[in-house]
Design a protein around this ligand. Structure first.
Ligand code: HSE
Length: 425
């Protein structure tokens, strides 16, 4: 194993976690040579000689082998990562927004420069899901990848459901424990989980779907009556990120979902994340681990740095080798929508309505709606209503996803199969 000299950008929650895990590691050979920070006046626990405010002290330093980018600002992060890759240095980042929004270009840049970009810490903290998808599942067609991809919202929902804490108190706790983003609306509105889902779509299905094409519904509009509704029906609520391949099209979205207690995701608590996947050969798999926090995320970053010491890089096997599957939002979802004012709800957007309930303190509609409609701002994170995906289980639904025309498509496939059999005979 080579001795690795690290140039680090950012010394916040994850940066400090990296420093600690590096010191606690038994057989990692390397050290942080320089740390670039924005604010030189902030008190730091380390020797001031280690810090600089000039990016070039790291980027132009020939003694630095690996750049580790752990800052908050996605635009500045992209600039650092691009410059570093172009100068022939390999990079580790945990910036999911930056990776999700620019992954197609970043893959191209890696191919052009031969430098590696690793970002395990960007997705589900300490769960080694990207390398697992790349190395173990590189050749297996996957049907579904789904799970709890955000630690803060899982922490908040656990505290609300199990300890009756208010949303505001639980959010403050998630912030003070270092789980939430600097701007916590990214967590509670489902953006953070969506960036992670967008990244996994590349490694699981070989496609790049820019985050703005993926629906993200958050947990910040859940009202007491919605929680009551869930409890009465024996459900809990989890923020779920989900991508599914059906008849060679890929569907993906992030939303709160009613979860039955016997579902494997119901038992994932606090800042833990979980990823379930279904493969054509392996069937169901479940990965669980801490998805947020200084040490678990620092450990994922350290693992990437260590992988660079043996010249590891993602091969993007599915991106290069699979026929590109089309991504579509043309699918129905079973949704529960609650609202204060029935006049502000466009029932015309529903494909069908199963159930309507109107009262002074809690009105809701349960029905099927196309994902495309949900991209409209009258639905997407509109404070006047709250959307939760229903616990699935009705006929013709696949999870909470019920694909429009799927049965017709399957009928066509069956007819083709029968015809083929006749010809072969
Ligand atoms: N804010 C993120 C979360 C941090 O709560 O999951 C880890 O990506």
């Amino acid at each position: 194993m080579k001795n690795i000299r690290i140039g680090l950008f950012g010394f916040g929650c994850v940066g400090q976690g990296l420093y600690e895990t590096l010191n606690g590691s038994k057989n990692f050979s390397g050290q942080i040579s320089k740390i670039c920070i924005k604010n030189p006046d902030k008190p730091r626990p380390l020797d001031s000689k280690l810090f600089t405010t000039k990016a070039n002290d790291i980027l132009d330093n020939p003694e630095i082998d690996v750049i580790v980018e752990l800052i908050d600002d996605a635009d500045a992060a992209l600039e650092i990562v691009t410059l570093a890759l172009k100068s022939g240095k390999s990079v580790v980042t945990a910036n999911k927004k930056m990776v999700a929004e620019h992954l197609a270009d970043l893959i191209e840049l890696q191919a052009k420069t031969g430098s590696a970009l690793l970002y395990e810490g960007a997705v589900c903290g300490s769960i080694p899901i990207i390398r697992t998808l790349e190395e173990y599942f590189g050749h297996e067609p996957l049907n579904e990848i789904k799970g709890i991809f955000n630690g803060s919202t899982n922490y908040i929902l656990t505290k609300i459901f199990e300890e009756n804490l208010s949303y505001e108190t639980a959010l403050l706790q998630a912030q003070s424990l270092g789980f939430a983003e600097t701007d916590p609306t990214l967590d509670v509105k489902g953006f953070d989980a969506k960036y992670k889902l967008s990244i996994l779509l590349t490694h699981a299905f070989g496609i790049h779907v820019p985050p703005n094409q993926i629906v993200n519904l958050g947990i910040d509009h859940l009202k007491a009556a919605d929680l009551e509704y869930a409890r009465e029906k024996g459900f809990t609520i989890k923020l779920i990120a989900q991508a599914k391949r059906i008849a060679d099209k890929v569907y993906a979205f992030v939303s709160p979902q009613f979860i039955k207690p016997e579902h494997s995701l119901a038992s994932i608590k606090n800042e833990f994340n979980a990823v379930t996947l279904n493969g054509e050969f392996c069937d169901d798999q479940l990965f669980i681990g801490k998805g947020a926090g200084s040490l678990p995320t620092g450990a994922a970053v350290l693992s990437d740095i260590s992988a660079l010491s043996y010249d590891y890089k993602y091969e993007y096997k599915k991106h290069y080798n699979l026929g590109r599957l089309p991504f579509t939002n043309d699918s129905l979802l079973e949704v529960y929508v609650s609202f204060d004012n029935p006049h502000e709800i466009d029932l015309g957007d529903f494909e069908s309505i199963q159930h309507k309930y109107f009262s002074f303190d809690h009105s809701y509609v349960v029905g099927k709606m196309c994902i495309n409609n949900l991209l409209d701002e009258k639905w997407l994170n509109n404070p006047k209503n709250n959307l939760v995906l229903c616990a699935n289980g009705t006929e013709n639904t696949l999870g909470s996803l019920c694909v429009k025309g799927l049965s017709a498509e399957i009928e066509e496939l069956k007819k083709g199969q029968q015809l083929l059999e006749k010809i072969t005979v």
